[in-house]
Ligand binder design. Structure first.
Ligand code: 3HC
Ligand code: NAI
Length: 698
């Protein structure tokens, strides 16, 4: 936790203008000390006739990034932000907010309690509270609609959208954008502006159909976050209820949500995302410059990775096996952009501009200027080794050489070069331009500056980065494999695939494991299983149902049949008697009397399988923190964010209880599913993963 700043609010006088600067690094969050000092300052101004106007601003890079999120797990501390804002609004002098950097959440609410808002051209404003499972709690849902109308306020608040200065000005959220010195512009404005209390303005009468549509759109993308519905309700209240009454309702709703399990989980993920960037051994390491990139292989992953890089403004050279494959890759990338444009998320012109950053060919010399090369060729060790051997010959000295392998040994791949320190795993998720997760796989020799470059890249392309060590499947795929294996045990024991999928979806995943398997294709796993057949430990319980399905050519959606049937025109997958027959035959072959499996057992088993494997991963040092594992599962595998990830869920449930489920699971599964020693130790000690994290990594 950052130490409290001794004097987080400064007041200076410039003539008759008082300039209030919030100086509470790193992001000027509105901690109790800041609120207390603001309250004192504005109470004093009210009685000071020598002050004709007030400017409020933030020191450093940001205006104010919002309420202090760290305080949200504590009891309420006075004064509240609404109390401070009420005093500001009734201040007789005009107050002008000078917004540089971020004005988010309570930060924007503070600016909305001013009479004018002037932003620098690089400023960002927004009310992102729903992302933390809460709603704006200091008048944001009531003041914003008075500026932009109900429909627009719903769209902004319910999606937690952050907008730049130009858009903010065009919507009227800020009054002007200052090209030069924003503080000077704000001081000048404070000298001439009159009072304009937003709370006293009417909500512009908008088209009720648009309001309705904004509400429906918001709910469609709510992803199970309860705060979204409440935010929509609160904004609608603005036009229907007097301000003073509506802000009371807003505050009560905010406080109830603040203490909800959902908000606690989302706060956990917020801090997990920041903590994941703190990696032992890389403090002080400088990221290498990154101006040009190259991608080898333009299949499913390579094409998405190229798009992610081009979207961030990087020129990308894509190299394929031959000219025909390069043409196919080009088409694939074009299709990705066409879909984005068709979905209304990008203009045709902007898509063309990005597409033009990507070159396609089969000439490997194209990569010689790249600062970063990402390999996404077939998942076969020999091909990977040949690729890295060739990369070593061609890439410029100091280039970062990355592999997107899902399972293979990054150390072995690095050893194919004479520069293993430059080799790293950058494990993207499909579709690579959409999924937020990036596992950065640290090989034995990977240089700290190469890891730092991985983080810099992640930041640049908007991904959540987590460091993983080398093992079969790294963090995410290894845990997912364990979970999937256990879901297959349940199917062999008596559940149908649709039972498992239904229970998992009811838990909050967008898709159950069998629907996912049909989507990604059963053939990929089949090839891997056949390859591993000779080395698989015969003591491990093996479910052969997927193999039997593959033998029948049931590869999933692409063949119209997999774990389910996909009849033409049907909107949903349909359970198939042929699959049931295969499952029953496999149960019988193992002498299993099939039994009914309740949803609760499926959900508990899924969590137990994930947490047990995760505890092994932690003990082996593959993941640095339990919270890193939560980030991986929530951002790459569809674990519901509102539950905070498997480790957070396990802590909340109690590790002794989870261990009970793991022991039960072990009885069903046997070898390979032994309770993890770390889980046993923590459960016996009455401890939690969160405490374990706190005791290890700073
Ligand atoms: N409260 C407490 N700490 C915060 C914080 C906040 N609101 N916002 C950021 N921090 C901390 C981070 O935890 C991090 O701390 P660390 O260095 O100890 O890990 C540090 O500030 C820097 O943050 P980032 O690493 O995220 O820095 P970036 O430069 O990448 O991003 C940012 C800056 C865009 C401001 C980003 O931090 C952010 O989006 N913050 C959250 C904004 C937000 O959600 N505000 C709403 C809060 S809820 C609210 O205001 C309720 C109100 O309606 C009453
Ligand atoms: P893919 O089969 O769709 O694409 C591979 C591409 O590499 C093909 O276009 C092929 O022509 C090209 N290629 C093969 N050998 C080459 C060579 N020697 N030189 C240049 N190009 C060559 O495979 P996909 O799914 O894109 O996977 C690529 C890698 O990404 C694999 O390592 C895979 O494990 C990994 N991965 C895959 C994910 C997925 O969901 N598909 C997710 C994360 C990682």
């Amino acid at each position: 936790m950052n130490d409290p700043v001794p004097d987080p609010v400064r007041i200076e006088r410039v003539g008759s203008i008082a300039v209030v600067t919030i100086d509470n690094p790193p992001v000027n969050a509105l901690s109790q000390a800041v609120r207390r000092e603001l309250l004192a300052a504005f109470s004093g101004f009210a009685a000071d006739a020598t002050i004709s106007g007030i400017v409020i601003t933030g020191a450093g890079r940001d205006f104010v990034a919002g309420a202090d999120i760290r305080e949200m797990d504590m009891p309420l501390l006075d004064p509240s932000l609404p109390d401070v804002l009420a005093v500001m609004e009734t201040c007789p002098q005009p107050i002008v907010a000078a917004i540089r950097g971020n004005a988010l959440g309570g930060g924007l609410e503070l600016a909305l309690a001013c009479d004018r808002r002037i932003a620098s051209s690089g400023a960002t404003v927004g009310l992102p509270e729903v992302k933390l499972g809460i709603i704006p709690g200091a008048g944001g849902t009531q003041r914003l609609p008075r500026l932009v109308g109900t429909a627009r306020a719903i769209a902004l608040i319910a999606a937690g959208r952050r907008i730049g200065a130009a858009e903010a000005a065009s919507l009227g959220v800020v009054d002007a954008v200052a090209e030069g010195d924003v503080l000077a512009a704000a001081r000048a404005e404070a000298g001439r502006a009159g009072k304009r209390r937003l709370s006293q303005l009417p909500v512009p009468s908008g088209d009720p159909a648009q309001v309705e549509k904004a509400g429906t759109d918001a709910m469609r993308s709510a992803r199970g976050v309860a705060a979204v519905a409440r935010a929509v309700e609160m904004v609608r209240l603005a036009a229907a209820t007097p301000f003073a009454e509506a802000v009371q309702t807003e505050r009560a709703t905010f406080l109830a949500l603040r203490d909800s399990a959902e908000a606690k989980a989302l706060r956990h993920l917020f801090f997990a995302e920041r903590n994941a960037q703190k990696v032992p051994g890389i403090a002080g390491a400088k990221a290498r410059p990154l101006a040009r990139a190259a991608v080898i292989g333009a299949g499913t992953m390579g094409s998405g990775i190229a798009v992610a890089l081009a979207d961030a403004g990087l020129p990308v050279a894509v190299v394929e096996r031959d000219a025909a494959a390069a043409t196919l890759g080009r088409q694939r990338v074009r299709e990705i952009y066409d879909r984005i444009v068709a979905g209304g998320r990008l203009s045709g012109g902007a898509a063309d501009e990005r597409f033009a950053r990507i070159g396609f060919g089969d000439d490997w010399s194209e990569i010689s200027g790249a600062d970063l090369v990402i390999e996404a060729v077939f998942e076969e060790m020999d091909i990977k080794l040949a690729t890295f051997h060739r990369l070593d010959e061609i890439a410029k000295p100091g280039a970062v050489l990355a592999t997107n392998t899902s399972y293979l040994d990054v150390d072995k791949i690095a050893a194919a070069t004479r520069r293993p320190q430059d080799v790293v795993g950058l494990h993207f998720f499909s579709p690579a331009n959409v999924m937020r997760l990036l596992e950065i796989v640290r090989g034995r020799a990977t240089g700290p500056d190469v890891l730092a470059t991985g983080f810099a890249l992640a930041r640049r392309i908007g991904k959540v980065a987590v460091v993983a060590g080398v093992c079969d499947g790294f963090i995410g795929n290894r845990i997912y494999s364990a979970y999937r294996r256990h879901m297959e045990y349940l199917v062999e024991d008596g559940a149908w695939p649709e039972d498992v999928d239904r229970a998992i979806e009811a838990y909050g995943f967008a898709m159950g494991p069998f629907a996912v398997s049909d989507l990604s294709g059963l053939d990929i796993g089949w090839v891997t299983r056949k390859r591993r057949h000779a080395t698989r430990d015969p003591r491990e319980r093996y479910v052969a149902i997927a193999d039997r399905l593959c033998e029948k050519g049931r590869f999933g959606r692409k063949t119209g049949r997999g774990w389910y049937l996909y009849p033409e025109g049907a909107r949903k997958p349909v359970p198939d008697p042929e699959v049931r027959a295969v499952i029953e035959a496999e149960s019988a072959r193992h002498g299993i009397t099939r039994r009914a499996v309740a949803d609760d057992e499926i959900q508990r088993r899924a969590l137990a399988a994930m947490v047990n494997e995760a505890a092994k991963i932690l003990a082996e040092g593959i993941a640095q923190r339990a919270s890193d594992i939560d980030l991986v599962l929530a951002n790459g595998y569809g674990f519901p964010s509102v539950r905070g990830g498997p480790m957070f869920t396990a802590d909340a449930r109690g590790l002794a209880d989870v261990l009970g489920d793991v022991e039960a699971m072990y009885r069903f599964a046997g070898f390979g599913s032994e309770p993890a020693a770390l889980l046993v130790d923590l459960a016996r000690a009455g401890s939690t993963f969160s405490k374990w994290d706190a005791g290890r990594v700073k």
